[in-house]
Write a protein that binds this ligand. Structure first.
Ligand SMILES: Nc1ncnc2c1ncn2[C@@H]1O[C@H](COP(=O)(O)OP(=O)(O)OP(=O)(O)O)[C@@H](O)[C@H]1O
Ligand SMILES: CC(C)(CO)[C@@H](O)C(=O)NCCC(=O)O
Ligand SMILES: [K+]
Length: 253
């Protein structure tokens, strides 16, 4: 088995790929997700499997990296830590310092380029942070945006005002002119998220050197996508687990 790990700022997502079966992208023998705390407290979820190697994207810092490294070491699993580079798996990374790009964003771009070859796209990943990145049909990662994620945005209002409560979104809420406080907060945060995605698509579509007859795809991913999508006024595709798919692509390079 090949173990893929996407360690994000809130949760750790993982998948096992049965490399004997010539699996498709996103075709996993096992898949799961655990919080950092559960990972620290409980048995490693993949400990019951024979794993030949692991490929890991970690944007959650050195303490979690050490925990992951120790856990993999105990199982004698060799590990490859993803670091963003200038080029990999068809993506050419135009970040000023290519290694500064979050490796989850790099893996996501690689995944979307593999799933939608020869198509320009905006990929929005709605997690702890929301990132919105632009990739050309030739696989050039132009750059992107980092915004607070939906929950962080709403929490920052509750933490920094006297009168605003802590709220969570539900999948039935949209960005509209709300007539009570809780809905108005969710509406404002949804509008900020969906509006940023729409603006990114609009600006990318208007780039003169975007060498494509088709408008860029809008790909939406991440745990908060289901809340934001009802407020999106543009055509889009929803695809889950792009970081893990990117790691699967990288593992087969
Ligand atoms: N009820 C909710 N209301 C608002 N936002 C929510 C709600 N439930 C989940 N979210 C959002 O979804 C995110 C969880 O998404 P996901 O599971 O992809 O990511 P994550 O593991 O938190 O992200 P990362 O990979 O960045 O760590 C939360 O950070 C939050 O922004
Ligand atoms: C933006 C996040 C937090 C999204 O998970 C991550 O990709 C990250 O820590 N990036 C490093 C900074 C950058 O991508 O420019
Ligand atoms: K994040």
């Amino acid at each position: 088995m090949l173990l893929l790990i996407d360690a994000g700022n809130t949760r750790i997502k993982w998948a096992l790929v049965d490399t004997n079966q010539a699996p498709q992208l996103g075709e996993w023998a096992q898949f799961g997700s655990i919080s950092h705390q559960e990972f620290a407290d409980e048995a490693t979820p993949w400990s019951g499997f024979v794993v030949q190697r692991a490929v890991v994207s970690n944007v959650a810092g050195s303490a979690l990296r050490t925990q992951l490294a120790e856990s993999l070491q105990r199982q004698n699993i060799p590990v490859e830590w993803l670091v963003s580079q200038a080029a990999c798996a068809g993506i050419k990374n135009q970040y000023r310092d290519p290694t500064q790009l979050g490796c989850d964003r790099f893996a996501t771009a690689i995944a979307a380029h593999a799933l939608f070859p020869d198509q320009a796209f905006i990929v929005a990943t709605c997690g702890t942070a929301t990132t919105i990145d632009a990739v050309t049909a030739e696989g050039i990662f132009i750059g992107g945006m980092i915004a607070p994620g939906l929950k962080l945005m709403a929490q920052s209002l509750a933490q920094n005002t006297a009168q605003l409560p802590s709220v969570l979104a539900s999948a039935s809420m949209t960005a509209h002119f709300a007539n009570y406080t809780e809905a108005a907060i969710v509406s404002g945060c949804l509008a900020a998220q969906a509006g940023a995605i729409e603006l990114a698509v609009r600006n990318f579509s208007a780039m003169p050197d975007l060498n494509t007859a088709m408008p860029p795809l809008c790909i939406v991913s991440g745990g908060a996508a289901k809340y934001i999508i009802p407020s999106l006024g543009i055509p889009h595709r929803s695809v889950d687990n792009l970081v893990l798919i990117g790691l699967q692509v990288i593992a087969s390079c």
